[in-house]
Design a protein around this ligand. Structure first.
Ligand SMILES: [Zn+2]
Length: 208
């Protein structure tokens, strides 16, 4: 993790690192080849979305940026996510994604994901794969809604992402590089991929 932290700090674009890491894992873990093949197909789509997304958006902070994000996700990213999934994803995921793409109100799907509302696994996959690179591109000033019930949470409590208000998806301890010094604990956001330092002795779920 020390190497990862240093590499992230040096580069504003994390996608080459993700590409390298996926190739490394695919070689090391053949049993995970199917999902890593899909991830490797998604990376160029998500990287292009991240780089082409115009941020800051016109109207960002007054509600304009939020609606533009949804339009961009539905019109420019989501169709390519469907194509990558159809070409490289497992059969069940492929069928589920096609069904959602053909029948769902796609702007409403993205909106519900951003608001943390209940979605089916196929809907969650499609919304997250299409929108998370845009959330990441909007860092550090996204106009994203807070999770329900967390609207008034201060950044100092940090059980939700200080950047976009999303839930953490993973926690890890960084390596300090010093024998007598413990590295900090980080949480990684499930929406914008930002990481932030969090207390080692505090529950990331309830904050106690
Ligand atoms: Zn976030």
């Amino acid at each position: 993790m020390q190497v990862l932290e240093a590499a992230i700090a040096e580069s504003a674009n994390a996608w080459p690192l993700r590409r390298e890491r996926a190739a490394e894992l695919a070689e090391r873990y053949p049993h995970a080849a199917e999902m890593l093949r899909l991830y490797q197909a998604l990376i160029p789509v998500q990287e292009r979305a991240y780089l082409e997304f115009p941020s800051p958006l016109v109207g960002e902070g007054q509600g304009g940026g939020y609606s533009k994000l949804i339009d961009f996700a539905v019109e420019r990213v989501l169709p390519e996510i469907v194509d990558a999934t159809v070409s490289s994803g497992p059969a069940r995921l492929r069928d589920g994604v096609i069904s959602v793409f053909c029948s769902a109100d796609l702007p409403d799907l993205i909106r519900r994901w951003l608001h943390g509302q209940s979605l089916t696994p196929f809907e969650t996959y499609l919304a997250r794969a299409s929108t998370s690179p845009l959330c990441e591109a909007m860092s550090p000033h996204p106009a994203l809604p807070r999770e329900p019930g967390r609207e008034m949470e201060e950044d100092s409590s940090k059980t939700h992402c200080p950047n976009c208000g999303g839930l953490p998806q993973v926690s890890y301890f960084a390596v300090s590089g010093e024998p007598l010094v413990s590295g900090p604990r980080y949480l990684v956001c499930s929406r914008c991929a930002r990481n932030w330092i969090f207390s080692r002795m505090t529950c990331a779920g309830c904050g106690e």
